[in-house]
Write a protein that binds this ligand. Structure first.
Ligand code: ATR
Length: 285
């Protein structure tokens, strides 16, 4: 890829960013499409966020992704926030349009695209159990609620957070919030279980967030964890006849949607998927 004075600049603001797979995914996509774009990762401490945004604005960046810990704080430094980001309460993508910085959130839509394209599931009418009530659960819950699921039961270790998220999502669909002690009963009635916590993530990959005995053949089990690719939860679900969906696709599709906003072109999803897979293999070896 030739970099010259007219190269369009995009990137990532986070702290830390050393583990991020986005540079590999996005640069592979730009190369594949022959686009004059580059993507760089910037480690920005929380106290430096405002200066960093001013810097990127002055330097003419076309846009950037935002990750932990800046997804909420960045909202104070943008010119406009789109509905998805407002409803989720966090920005993961910034687009510079005519000098104005627009904040959006592609996590929820990215999740939904991954779910639909990889499993063929129609969200309409699904009975969902959402495990966790953090930032990832907010994004996924919002996307599903807007996509027409029948109901969402939010189950979380801290029950009050489950209730708060359920009440927020109640604007768009039927919801309830419960503690983990009641999650098994909810799963028995569900058609879609989505795991959004860090339980089961490497190196603690023997952990399972629910009693595997409640998993059943009418379920689709979706785990946002992508390292390992097949979590203990997914293995247990598969063994009991459930369909399974791993976390890699959400990462690919949230990045693909950002690519689309910055370049105006259709993202090469397969190329991004291969780049992520390659990068994960290096991490795992
Ligand atoms: P993210 O943005 O990745 O969703 P987060 O906002 O910190 O991260 O949320 C983490 C979620 O994982 C929360 O729902 C958290 O439960 P609490 O609200 O009770 O903290 C959940 N979580 C993290 N570790 C957990 C564990 N060991 N068992 C159960 N839930 C856990």
């Amino acid at each position: 890829m030739q970099i010259d004075a007219n190269t369009m600049k995009t990137g990532l603001l986070g702290h830390p960013v050393g583990h991020s797979k986005s540079p590999e995914m996005l640069n592979a996509a730009y190369r594949r499409e022959g686009l004059p774009f580059v993507y760089l990762a910037f480690d920005v401490a929380p106290g430096d966020l405002e200066s960093a945004v001013t810097g990127l604005r002055v330097l003419g960046f076309k846009g950037w992704n935002v990750t932990i810990p800046h997804k909420v704080a960045i909202m104070d430094h943008l010119d406009d926030i789109e509905e998805s980001a407002r409803a989720i309460g966090a920005v993961n993508t910034v687009i510079s349009e005519g000098g104005r910085l627009i904040g959006t959130n592609t996590d929820g839509a990215g999740y939904l695209r991954s779910l639909v394209s990889e499993t063929g599931m129609d969200p309409v009418g699904q009975r969902v159990v959402l495990l966790g009530a953090g930032g990832a659960a907010r994004a996924v819950g919002y996307a599903l609620a807007r996509a027409g699921v029948e109901r969402i039961t939010v189950a979380n270790r801290t029950e009050s957070r489950a209730e708060a998220l359920a009440s927020h999502l109640g604007r768009w669909t039927k919801t309830s919030g419960i503690g983990l002690s009641r999650v098994e009963d909810a799963i028995r009635e569900a058609s879609l279980l989505i795991q959004t916590t860090s339980v089961g993530m490497h190196p603690d990959s023997s952990a399972c967030p629910v009693d595997p005995g409640c998993l059943h053949g009418e379920l689709l089990v979706s785990d946002l964890v992508y390292h390992p690719r097949e979590t203990r939860l997914l293995k247990e679900a598969h063994r009991r006849g459930a369909r399974v969906h791993g976390g890699m696709g959400m990462l690919v599709h949230q990045g693909a949607l950002a690519f689309q906003r910055w370049t105006g072109q259709t993202p090469p999803v397969a190329t991004m998927w291969d780049a992520l897979e390659e990068s994960l293999k290096e991490t795992e070896s």
